[in-house]
Write a protein that binds this ligand. Structure first.
Ligand code: SF4
Ligand code: SF4
Length: 115
């Protein structure tokens, strides 16, 4: 899966907060013209289920300079898709909706256990 929902704008009142589920659970796919590169040319492409090397217990350690793919991504809950009510955030449910497809992570553990 391509980790990018394109031009998504978060629904008013919703934000990622402490959630970083997509930084671990989703694949980041590198393709020509698809910006997964950092300024130093390092590519953060990674398989699903593996934490991004820049992910820490405090969240993204390179947040200010994170690649475009990370800046553009918004899951369906964040976008306010009808299927995901206010209480259905990925942190609450272990589910990430990406362009209408819902991915379930039943073993989603507490934050401290994911690193
Ligand atoms: S899964 Fe959704 S709410 Fe969680 S960090 Fe990613 S975009 Fe934000
Ligand atoms: S660079 Fe930051 S925002 Fe992007 S996947 Fe890694 S930890 Fe998440």
């Amino acid at each position: 899966m391509r980790r990018n929902s394109g031009d998504g704008v978060p629904q008013k009142g919703r934000s990622c907060g402490a959630c970083t589920l997509c930084c671990t659970q989703l694949e980041i796919e590198s393709k020509p013209g698809y910006s997964t590169r950092l300024d130093n040319a390092e590519d953060i492409a990674k398989p699903a289920g593996r934490a991004c090397p820049y992910l820490t217990v405090e969240g993204c350690s390179i947040y200010e300079v994170r690649p475009l793919v990370c800046r553009q991504f918004a899951c369906d809950w964040l976008l306010g898709e009808k299927k995901f009510g206010p209480e259905d955030s990925p942190m609450n449910t272990g589910r990430i909706g990406v362009r209408g497809v819902t991915l379930h992570f039943y073993n989603y553990a507490s934050r401290s256990e994911r690193y």
